[in-house]
Write a protein that binds this ligand. Structure first.
Ligand code: DON
Length: 315
């Protein structure tokens, strides 16, 4: 992926993709099971790229904050691996689930061990890991500060109304947490782990902020601006592998087939995409496809990757 040759085209490609997406009428359906998310204008579309050589390029509604939802699971996984290392994998698997993000069916057969850290059950266990030695308020603060640090932006906040809206309707997540507790795979009270979980899902970020936060994954674990290490290069690769295989739930194979880079979606309509060695990408379009992933966001990344010849499988 020779970056120098591609450099002049990227801003043009982003503008072209944003203009095309603005015209489309098949935008998918905004998530309504979290009532607060149902209020978002489905016409929004933003896209941002932060390159390893330090350029930030944006198009469309890239400065407007949206609910990052499950994209936050990339950052909580990173933090939890930092806290407990590979012991984490005793409590959470690393296989694609082939099921929707909120499915409960596999948990019974697999003794309360969630398939991967990105399905809701897995992320609730990760929240439980981050609670160790902390009050929920402190664990939530640690997650928010970590994301602010990654994005180099202290203005990033948690949308308390989204967190409250999700808690009020989060019956499935309560069921998942209680079920895992019955297998001994939650060490804290389910409502405490869920308190952390609902709040990190409710973090609000713009495409620009999200692409900034993903820089370490595009650059072998190091912040490309400062050279400071966030995680080892091996860990960055492994997080990328999890994103590729599990980041879009039962749509992960299709995303890998169409886009060819690691990505993580959220029901707020955002996707974080990583082009290793080249750039961190964020896209936002609130309407979702049948798998609960951003419909136009996936299409936009597919088009951008094709225009830029980006794929982790490219020679
Ligand atoms: O727990 C939930 O249902 C949401 N907070 C997060 C789900 C989500 O973002 C799935 N991603 N596409």
């Amino acid at each position: 992926m020779p970056e120098v040759e591609q450099a002049p085209k990227l801003d043009q490609a982003l503008a072209e993709v944003a203009a095309e997406m603005a015209e489309r009428t098949d935008r998918g359906d905004v998530a309504t099971y979290i009532p607060q998310l149902g209020k978002i204008d489905p016409k929004k579309f933003g896209i941002a790229a932060v390159t390893n050589d330090g350029r930030t390029l944006v198009a469309g509604d890239a400065e407007q904050a949206f609910s990052i939802q499950s994209i936050s699971k990339v950052f909580t996984l990173t933090l939890a691996l930092g806290n407990v290392g590979d012991a984490l994998w005793k409590r959470v698997g690393r296989e694609p689930s082939g099921n929707p993000f909120n499915s409960i069916v596999q948990l019974e057969h697999e003794n309360g061990i969630p398939r991967n850290p990105f399905i809701n059950a897995g992320a609730i266990v990760i929240s439980d890991i981050l609670l160790a030695g902390h009050q929920p308020r402190e664990a939530i603060g640690e997650i928010l500060r970590f994301i602010q640090f990654l994005a180099d932006d202290e203005t990033i906040i948690i949308d308390r109304e989204v967190a409250a809206s999700e808690r009020a309707t989060g019956y499935r997540n309560f069921a998942l947490a209680n079920y895992m507790k019955s297998f001994g795979n939650l060490y804290h009270a389910p409502e405490l782990a869920l308190g952390v979980y609902f709040h990190h899902c409710a973090i609000a970020m713009s495409c620009r902020q999200l692409a900034m936060a993903g820089r370490y994954l595009a650059n072998g674990g190091k912040n490309p601006a400062t050279g400071h290490s966030v995680v080892s290069s091996e860990r960055a690769r492994r997080i990328g592998a999890m994103m590729l295989t599990c980041g879009h739930y039962d749509g992960s194979g299709d995303f890998a087939f169409r886009v060819g880079i690691p990505g993580k979606s959220g029901v707020g309509g955002g996707i974080l995409g990583i082009v290793p060695g080249v750039a961190s990408l964020a896209v936002w379009s609130p309407g979702l496809n049948a798998n609960g992933n951003s419909k136009l966001g996936s299409i936009a990344l597919e088009k951008l990757a094709r225009m830029m010849n980006w794929s982790i499988f490219a020679p």
